[in-house]
Design a protein around this ligand. Structure first.
Ligand code: ADP
Ligand code: MG
Length: 718
């Protein structure tokens, strides 16, 4: 059977090639080897051109079109030296994936010879026929064009393939009307909005003419690796990325023996190559370890500015899948590939800073730094408190619904973990209020030195969706299969709004007189703390008590995607995005529509798979076994023996349940799966009902007849 063949193949895995040799090519020498980096540009570009380009990259200044031709030519030469035959504008559609269309450098000269061609025009703008990407109504398929536009701030790179390499140019994807059709454009816009407002705050603290204040992101990626033979023997994994059937294995993760355990050899070999390939692409990979579930791992880079981190994260997912295949494994990035086993998330560490300030969420050692830190920190609290709904919406998907709130990942309720010490500081500020603070013996910002904050916030709280971790916030509710663009756009924009609020208040209170800043800050912080206290929760987010408590505090609990996505259309969110020019109404609506559609399509595919697997794989196996039992029974009876029909009765009952369940599922999906509530309320439960019978059958039916690789095999054979 295919299952037995898969087990055999998995057991007999042999590495395809020789091991990597790190002594020959040390990792540090490979960093950015395949990137058209600043260093490479400096070598190849005339000085004024290079300078102009750096101004654009670092200070966000407009690109001089004359620069483009020169840069294109140097880029092409570099790429061709590296063996590139094609170039590609890489873009990031709303599906959350990465899209690429390749064009050859070669251009016939007309006389039977050929040249290479790649000018500024080709570098700056492309026009892929991206008409089949979801755009939520911004662009109808029969009208208008979509353009890809060079993102100067994200370096071009070379993607190697055994049979040739391609020059990849990160781009934004917009409609002819200039509306964002992608995930990159809003990231860039939100970074600008954040910079503008953050500058107003730092100005109050005496910094004029500041360097660009950028949001920074360090995404930790969790994933599963399983032998590819199992993957191909499971139509559900192949098509939906998760198992729609599968009884709990006799041994799961209960021993906690996998987390941070020794990494299996084949897995480590694969990781080393993933990391090496990413290092060549300039992705600063730092950390690897086993995760909680058997077969689950994590990879994390050093943080970078939000836009670059986002592009690099996409590369990271791509490379994980690509290299895993080379090692005979499949990398599963679905949020919940296996029921009853921990799912995967992406922890997005977020902060903001600049070359002048360093990290603005670092408490620092001096009172002055403390005050600045407290304003930024309070702004984040206020932002999260006001926009719980939006933060919940940007982590909503059919896949992540299986994980959030399942006692392994944060609940669907958004709250902030501050840690005891910082909570105490804020509470004292709140209690002290502005002027009387000294008299009451509480902290006065900017005058008294705050207790030194430990860099490591001490106790970790894994149950919080949004945690302060010493010098950054960690957004933990993001799904493993997500682009981090959405969560970053939300973070950048809500914090921009909050900083705008703070700056306006402080500017008013000081009226340009910096001696009034301390008391103004004190007053502002006290006010924010009074308003936002309910969002702070340092306890166990998994507990039932928290759900009750959160309700009392008036926090939102948007349990699943159909509710969560609605938040995108609320007036506060519409105003937020249009005010800071991150997404206009149409762009925002298009996102809502696209994500609703994605949800429905996902459920539809899963429902189709459930029916198909139940009918064509599980039902046949079950009746074969039923037949074996029945004929054994008949034969024994003929010979005058007794036969206990318990098992036969059970199998017969379950087969009936499976058939009825499949029929019921077919009925609820008959009209298609177009209505998101219907998908959630009817289709998903009907699928679970089919699964219930199938999983029970798996525990009874003769092992040699069972068609699907089991959880035990997928998770433990490596
Ligand atoms: P843990 O698993 O303990 O949370 P990791 O070391 O796996 O920690 O990941 C922490 C992530 O946070 C890394 O990607 C790190 O670069 C990132 N990080 C650290 N400082 C910042 C910052 N200022 N802004 C954004 N991300 C940061
Ligand atoms: Mg973390």
């Amino acid at each position: 059977s295919p299952r037995m063949a898969a087990i055999n193949a998995a057991i007999n895995y042999k590495p395809a090639g020789p091991p990597l040799n790190f002594a020959e090519t040390p990792t540090q020498d490979l960093f950015c080897a395949n990137v058209f980096s600043k260093a490479e540009m400096k070598k190849r570009l005339p000085k004024p051109i290079f300078k102009g380009l750096i101004q654009t990259i670092e200070a966000g200044e407009k690109l001089d079109p004359n620069v483009a031709d020169v840069v294109a030519s140097a880029m092409k030469d570099w790429a061709i030296e590296k063996g590139a035959t094609h170039y590609s504008h890489v873009f990031y559609p709303l599906t959350g994936g990465t899209a690429e269309k390749h064009d050859s450098f070669m251009a016939p000269a007309g006389d039977g010879t050929a040249l290479t061609e790649f000018g500024g025009k080709e570098l700056i703008q492309g026009e892929p026929d991206g008409s089949s990407f979801p755009t939520g109504g911004i662009r109808l398929t029969h009208e208008a064009r979509g353009y890809t536009i060079w993102d100067v701030t994200s370096a071009a790179y070379i993607l190697e393939n055994p049979n040739g390499t391609t020059l990849c140019i990160p781009t934004a994807f917009v409609s002819w009307t200039g509306e964002a059709l992608d995930k990159k454009t809003p990231v860039l816009r939100s970074m600008q909005a954040l910079n503008q407002q953050a500058q107003r705050i730092t100005k109050l603290f005496g910094y004029d003419e500041d360097a660009f204040i950028a949001s920074t992101a360090g995404p930790e990626q969790e994933y599963f690796l399983i032998d590819r033979n199992f993957f191909f023997a499971r139509p559900d994994l192949l098509n939906a990325g998760r198992t729609l059937f599968g009884a709990a294995p006799p041994k799961g993760q209960e021993f906690d023996d996998h987390y941070f355990g020794a990494i299996p050899e084949r897995v480590l070999a694969c990781m080393l190559e993933v990391e090496r390939e990413l290092i060549k692409l300039g992705v600063p990979i730092k950390t690897r370890h086993n995760e909680v579930a058997p077969g689950q791992y994590e990879i994390a880079p050093i943080f970078e500015t939000a836009n670059i981190a986002t592009d690099h994260q996409q590369l990271c997912m791509l490379m994980l899948k690509r290299v895993a295949a080379k090692y005979g494994m499949e990398c599963l990035t679905h949020e919940k590939p296996f029921a009853g086993v921990n799912g995967s998330g992406k922890h997005v560490n977020w902060s903001l800073g600049s070359s002048a300030h360093g990290n603005l969420l670092d408490p620092g050692d001096t009172p002055h730094d403390n005050a600045k830190f407290l304003v930024f920190c309070a702004a984040v609290l206020r932002a999260v408190h006001r926009h719980q709904g939006l933060l919940r919406a940007v982590v909503a998907s059919a896949g992540n619904d299986h994980r959030l709130g399942a006692n392994e990942a944060p609940p669907a309720i958004i709250s902030v973990f501050l840690g005891d010490q910082l909570t105490d500081v804020f509470e004292q500020i709140k209690a002290g209020g502005a002027k009387s603070s000294r008299a009451r013996g509480t902290l006065e910002v900017g005058v008294d030195t705050l207790p030194p904050f430990p860099k490591d916030a001490g106790d970790r709280n894994r149950t919080s969706p949004f945690a302060f971790t010493g010098n950054r916030f960690e957004f933990r509710a993001v799904g493993s299969n997500f682009s981090i663009a959405g969560p970053l756009v939300a973070m950048n924009t809500i914090v921009a709004e909050s900083l705008d609020y703070c700056a306006t208040k402080l500017e008013k209170a000081t009226g340009g007189d910096s001696s009034k800043l301390n008391s103004a800050v004190q007053e502002l912080l006290a006010e924010i703390m009074g308003e936002c206290e309910p969002i702070i929760f340092n306890g166990n987010g998994y507990s039932d008590e928290w759900h009750a408590e959160a309700e009392k505090r008036g926090l939102r609990n948007l349990k699943a995607t159909p509710d969560a996505l609605e938040a995108l259309l609320e007036p506060g969110v519409r105003e937020l995005f249009s005010k800071y020019h991150v997404l206009n109404e149409r762009e925002l609506e298009s996102r809502y529509e696209t994500y609703v559609e994605q949800y429905c399509l996902t459920v539809k595919v899963e429902a189709n798979l459930t029916k198909k697997i139940a009918r064509t794989m599980i039902f046949p196996a079950a009746i074969r076994y039923q037949n074996e039992l029945a004929s054994t029974c008949a034969n024994l009876k003929m010979l005058g023996y007794e036969f206990d029909t318990d098992t036969l009765d059970k199998v017969t009952e379950l087969v009936k349940g499976l058939q009825d369940g499949t029929a019921a599922l077919a009925k609820v999906t008959k009209g298609g799966c177009e209505d998101i509530r219907g998908c959630y309320e009817e289709v998903l439960p009907a699928m679970l009902n089919v699964r219930k019978y199938a999983d029970e059958l798996e525990a009874i039916v003769s092992d040699d007849l069972w068609p699907l690789p089991t959880y035990q095999e997928m998770l433990f054979i490596k």
